[in-house]
Design a protein. Sequence first.
Length: 546
Amino acid sequence: MNTSTSTTELVLDFWGVEVAVVCSAPTAEHLRFYFADYEVARQLPCPAYSLVIRGDVTGDRPVTYQCSGSDRRDAEWRDMEPSADTVLPPLGALAQRGWAALHASALVPPAQNRALVIVGDSTAGKSTLALELLHRGWGFLSDDTTILDSARNIVPFTRPIGVRERTAQSFPWLADVLRKAPAFTTPTGITRMVRAAAFADIAAAAPWYWTAILRRAGERDFRRQTPQTFELSGDLPADVVALADQPGAGDRGMTSSASWVTLPFDFFGAKVRVRVRHADVEDLRFFYGHFMEEDECGAADLDVELECSDWPVRGFFASLLAKDGLRKTIRVRSGDGSTLLDDRTFTDWSDDPSPLPPFAYAPLVNRLAVTPAAVVRTPRGRVIMLTGPHYVGKTATALAICDCGGQLVSDSTAVFDVDSGRALAFESPLGFRRASLLTRTEMLDETDHRLTVSPDTGLVVLVSPRHVLGKRNTDGAALHAVVALRWGERVTVTVTEKRLRVPWFSRAESFDPTRILPTRTITVSTPAGSRPADIASTILEAIDGP
């Protein structure tokens, strides 16, 4: 063992945190090999850490070191799992910046910018799995210690990979690199340290997307715990091949789908910033494009965040439409971010108020009232509201009135200004099912649409009303009449001068249903199989006359 007492100083810069190291020449040579990409000329007069190492870290005797004034003894500091006490790299200082470290390896699949994190006990096979994936074209981020920045992106940490002799036998393609690599004696035998850059590409920082959990087990086992988490055990690297082939299977355009996007909306005068994953942007435009603003303007009233938390890249809306049972998260904050108004996770559709439009939150909750109904303007300009049970034909009847020269104000949700009593235009996708769907299949082949399945009616196709009617929804006005559609054996029309009771959602102190609902109610019985055009003609005759 080299017993030289001469000392050497080197400066290492780990992502902006400098560490000045004073140590023996053999230790300095060892550190330069381990942290070659981080050695710099001293930049700061007072680095964040001053580290004095007493002894030779390449030898078999205990080593002591002093770091920024505190004494600490550690015999195998280079093999420690990452913690706040780790000084190379200085994880304590990084933690103060919101960074974190994992005892894990990380890689990036070819042509993508999202990372697979491999976790497991020591000797579980993290480096073995990493080597197999690197040989298959994956990019290297880290081995054994994985560093996450404050945005939870994994940054490259190019410390060499430790390859044990037993592992090396499984990778003959690595033989030339291993012959040139320095060897060290460890508790598990001879280990050679190789630089990933010698045989693979170093990836750029990438968001954490997949997790592979390595288990030591007697029999082979490969399964997904969630859409992003794999559990792997058995004879490596045989199982590694399965993992290398499967993580990207079936995913759609994932290069940027996991990144966050914030878009501005104006819902009836309420300024809302909506934050979603990139995979949700097109669906967000599809459902709420009518309210989207071109540019961010001024302060927001609300911040809304939507995410499929079990599988972010699948997308909140895609999961919602598929009813796939994945967990989805909704967070609503005040516009200045000071108050968390809602934070809930759910798997299936519920009766909880949707955050978009934000009818349940200020300022809209104090200004608007909503009820499940369709609103149309008749050919003679009278505004009527169609109510009734599910699937009675409100949408089909409203569209039939539009085919006769009327105009759609809103479908499925009627929105009213509490003070004026006026119906407001609310443009949301139309849902086609059963017979109404079959008559429009040719149009749907050429129109942007979304699919979902109702347990009651089967396939439902959602389409923007502009694609069906060729124009945007019109502004409303005070209601002239309410039309109550009811099931019946034959078509009948009953006109009464009595206000209909309907379910309302509003928390405005000034809300008075009598200021919105007219006294005139027209009840129309519709037998099963009725043509919407016939029902529309019956309603128009009762409203506008022959």
